[in-house]
Each structure stands twice: as structure tokens, then as C-alpha cells.
Design a protein around this ligand. Structure first.
Ligand code: ADP
Ligand code: ASP
Ligand code: MG
Length: 440
């Protein structure tokens, strides 16, 4: 069995949705199809939710009406016959009645998350009805029946696998099983989600749970590129990556994959293939345990980083110091991305500022604290790059014009990370593209 995931742009226009139906049909064997919301929908639902939280009902209604129109136009082009036009109309009106009900009620975090789930719920129903109209045998399997996260928002892979077993065996004779990406239930049994871009994560969790032959992530670009194509003009696709390399790139900002996508697939050694819906023939990227050896493979950048420097005279020679520092972060459920140490100071970075004030207060017990916001981590990836001669020279020669705040090398053999001020990001990515890949 394989898992095919289609992102927002792949289902964002009626003709694209029809095209992915062809693609699914032409893929041999049994498959689970994971769909995102139509492109723009989740952003729009976020806007509606934000207006409602702020008590701005008129603005929320304006956005709801705009979104509803978009869906009405969508179904007009998606379905051909009158009876499916009617089914589509009924479907859209049912969803928007529900959205307006949510908006009219007491709008809290729970209703907000329920609102966010509507995008994937509607896209999968639209697609299912499209297959019905074409008389293609398929079944909808609601993700809310099996996808769950625990009290720390971590997906419960074993439970997901257990729940999927009987559900899938009841669909034994069905070749196309459609489910929603992104959405899940939390430990209070409420509707929740796997964070923005989470449909990739759904595909990988499902693929790992069923020990799929392959997980295919279909998107709007021909695989993982060597650099961020939104920022750097000349980038090239990479044909092969290891799980470790892809994981680092996803975690450190390569938007093509949700940061945690690779983790479940790697756990059960399920290959992940990245493919382009707009160019099916393009080879894309295959991610397995055995990637191609070589020098630099790719660069990614993660924004929204805060650097914290703890300067302490008591650090020198004091065993247990770092443990006590780490404990503060652990107690605040804040993970650390990068860390560098000297005899008198330790610098580290976090990507979640929600607990910063209270972390700072506790850290002050150790010495003086300096905090820098708006930093960016640049992550350079390649198999065994840290074991090769001249790698750091090449990196720093490329960045001779840019101040580098922190460097991390040797944590793993496949990655060098740098911390810079976000204002230098574009220049840094372009300089590295030229210096490491000879591309400009
Ligand atoms: P989907 O809606 O299919 O999930 P996303 O927008 O989430 O698609 O991800 C695809 C986008 O990721 C690409 O259009 C591209 O702009 C962006 N991206 C950022 N970094 C990379 C990279 N290194 N390689 C490929 N795409 C990247
Ligand atoms: N629709 C969700 C989002 O836009 C999930 C996804 O597309 O992967 O974040
Ligand atoms: Mg995405």
C-alpha cells in the first residue's frame, strides 16, 4: 500500500483536483490519499478565527462570505452533471452553515480549532464526490476516527496504527481511500490539528502506521531544492536525500515539508518521495536511509529564533551547570535548537518565545542574560560534511560580508548550523548558493 499526499495548490483549482484524480487512478495498487485544504483556505479560516477572537464579527462574516463564494465557484467547475452540482451546492451550504454556527457561538480555543479543521473536511468531500461523479470506486475514511495527539501534542503513532488496522480491513476491497491531512483529536477528544503544513505529517504518520511501501508528497515544486526558492533565484532539485538530511532541512525551515514529517517514516524505514503535481515526469526527490554521498546538498533557513546568552562566573569548572540551565527550559516546555559554550558563557537558541519572560527570570539566578530576537538559523546539510576538509573555510569564505552570531558543527556529521540576524538572511542564502553550489 502507498500513501499519496496532495498539498493545497495541488487541489486548489478544479482542474487540478481533476488532474490528481487521474493521477490517483493511474497509480497502481491500493493507496491512501491524504488531502490538504484548498490553497488559501486555512489562511482564510485563521483570519476568520482571529476576527472572532477579537470580537470583530462583521469582519469575520465578510471573510466567511468571501470564502463561501470561492467554494461556490469551485464546485461549478468541478462537477459537470446537474445532480452533482446539487450535491456540491448542498455540501458547501452545509459547511458554511456550520462555520456560521461556530462563529455565532461562544468562540473559544476549542471552536477555533474546530473551525480550522473545516478546510480539510470540505476538500476531501469535494474530491470524493468528484470521484463518485466519475464512477471511480473510492471511500472516505475520516482522519478523526484514527489520528490523535497526546497531552504534549505529540502524535500517538502506536494508537493510530491500532485504530487503522480494523478500519482498513473493513475497506479491504477498496483501492482508493481518502482521508484528511492536518486534523486530529487531542487528549480531551476535541478536534485539533498537527500545526500549519501538517498534512505532510499526517501522510508520514499514516505511512509509518501501515508500514507503507512508500509515502509520496505531491506539491507544486519538483522536489527538495538545494536552497529556498522563495528567496534565492537559481536553485536546483536534489534527487536523493537521507532521512537525516531531509529531517534537518525540514526542521530548519525547508517549507516543502512540515518540520516533523520525516520522523515517523524514518522510524519504520518507509521511503518518502517528493513529487511535482504540475510536472509529473520530473524525478523529484527520494528520501531513504541511504542517500547519495557528496559534499553540500542543501541549505535551509528558519526564522523567528531568539538567542539567549547566559554569562556566569560560576560556570567555569562547575559540573551540573548545563543540566540546571537545561532543566529551566525543560520545565517551561521550550526546546533548544542550537547551543555553543565558552568558559564564561553559554549561548543557546529557542524558536518559541511564549515562556521567555519566566525563563529569563530563572536564568538570572546564574548570571547576566542577553536576549536577541529576530535571529535566523541557517542550516547547511550534506552527508558527512563535517568530516571533510575545508568545509568550514568554504562556508565562511562565502559569508565574509555577514556577521555570524553562533556556529554549530559536529553535533552530527551531516550538518553545520549558523545563527545570523534575520536582516542578513537573503544576502547569506544567496552568498552560500554561490559559494557552495556555484549558482547565482
Ligand atoms: P503544499 O501546499 O503542497 O504543502 P507548500 O507551500 O507547503 O506546499 O510547500 C511547497 C513550497 O515550499 C514550494 O512552493 C517552495 O516555495 C517552498 N520551499 C521552501 N524551501 C524549499 C526547498 N528547499 N525545496 C523546495 N521547496 C521549498
Ligand atoms: N491546510 C493546512 C495548512 O494550510 C495543512 C496543510 O496544508 O498541510 O497549514
Ligand atoms: Mg505544505
Amino acid at each position: 500500500m502507498i500513501v499519496l499526499k496532495f498539498g493545497g495548490t495541488s487541489v486548489g483549482k478544479p482542474e487540478r483536483m481533476k488532474k490528481i484524480a487521474d493521477l490517483v487512478l493511474n497509480t497502481p495498487g491500493k493507496k491512501i490519499v491524504v488531502l490538504s485544504a484548498l490553497s488559501g483556505t486555512t489562511n482564510s479560516l485563521v483570519a476568520i478565527g482571529d476576527h472572532l477572537i477579537a470580537g470583530q464579527h462583521a469582519k469575520a462574516e465578510e471573510e466567511i462570505a468571501r470564502l463561501e463564494k470561492h467554494y461556490q465557484a469551485f464546485i461549478k467547475e468541478l462537477y459537470t452533471g446537474d445532480s452533482f452540482q446539487a450535491i456540491g451546492q448542498e455540501l458547501v451550504s452545509r459547511f458554511f452553515i456550520f462555520i456560521r454556527l461556530l462563529a455565532a457561538g461562544q468562540f473559544d480555543g476549542k471552536s477555533y480549532r474546530e473551525l480550522l479543521a473545516q478546510g480539510e473536511l470540505i476538500s476531501t468531500e469535494l474530491f470524493y464526490q468528484h470521484l463518485q461523479e466519475r464512477k471511480i470506486s473510492a471511500r472516505l475514511l475520516p482522519a478523526l476516527y484514527f489520528m490523535s495527539i497526546d497531552e504534549n501534542d505529540e502524535p500517538e503513532l502506536e494508537k493510530i496504527a491500532e485504530r487503522l488496522k480494523p478500519l482498513l480491513s473493513s475497506l479491504n476491497n477498496i483501492d482508493i481511500i481518502i482521508t484528511q491531512g492536518y486534523i486530529c483529536r487531542n487528549n480531551r477528544n476535541e478536534i485539533d490539528n498537527l500545526k500549519r503544513g501538517g498534512s505532510d505529517y499526517t501522510a508520514s504518520l499514516v505511512g509509518a502506521a501501515i508500514r507503507a511501501e512508500e509515502i509520496q508528497i505531491w506539491t507544486d515544486i519538483d522536489g527538495m531544492h538545494n536552497n529556498d526558492p522563495r528567496i534565492v533565484k537559481k536553485t536546483i532539485p536534489i534527487s536523493e536525500l537521507t532521512f537525516d538530511e531531509a529531517s534537518e532541512l525540514a526542521y530548519f525551515g525547508a517549507k516543502i515539508l512540515h518540520p516533523s514529517t520525516i520522523v515517523p517514516a524514518q522510524k519504520y524505514n518507509v521511503p518518502v518521495r517528493l513529487k511535482n503535481t504540475m510536472d509529473e515526469k520530473a524525478p523529484g526527490t527520494i528520501i531513504t536511509s541511504k542517500g547519495k554521498e557528496g559534499s553540500f546538498k542543501a541549505i535551509a533557513a528558519k526564522d523567528g529564533i531568539t538567542a539567549i546568552k547566559i554569562r556566569s562566573s560560576r560556570m567555569l569548572m562547575a559540573y551540573g551547570f548545563l543540566r540546571r540551565v537545561f532543566e529551566i527550559f525543560e520545565n517551561h516546555k521550550t526546546s533548544i535548537d542550537m547551543i555553543t559554550t565558552s568558559e564564561v558563557a553559554v549561548s543557546l537558541t529557542i524558536d518559541n518565545n511564549t515562556q521567555l519572560a519566566s525563563i529569563e527570570t530563572e536564568l538570572k539566578k546564574f548570571g547576566t542574560i542577553e536576549v536577541d530576537n529576530d535571529q535566523t538559523i541557517i542550516c547547511i546539510v550534506g552527508q558527512k560534511i563535517t568530516e571533510q576538509k575545508g568545509v568550514l573555510k568554504q562556508v565562511f569564505d562565502s559569508l565574509s560580508e555577514i556577521p555570524v552570531r553562533m556556529v554549530s558543527c559536529g553535533g552530527s556529521t551531516n550538518n553545520v548550523s549558523l545563527l545570523i540576524d534575520k536582516k542578513h538572511k537573503e544576502k547569506a542564502l544567496n552568498a552560500l548558493n554561490e559559494g557552495l553550489f556555484g549558482l547565482r
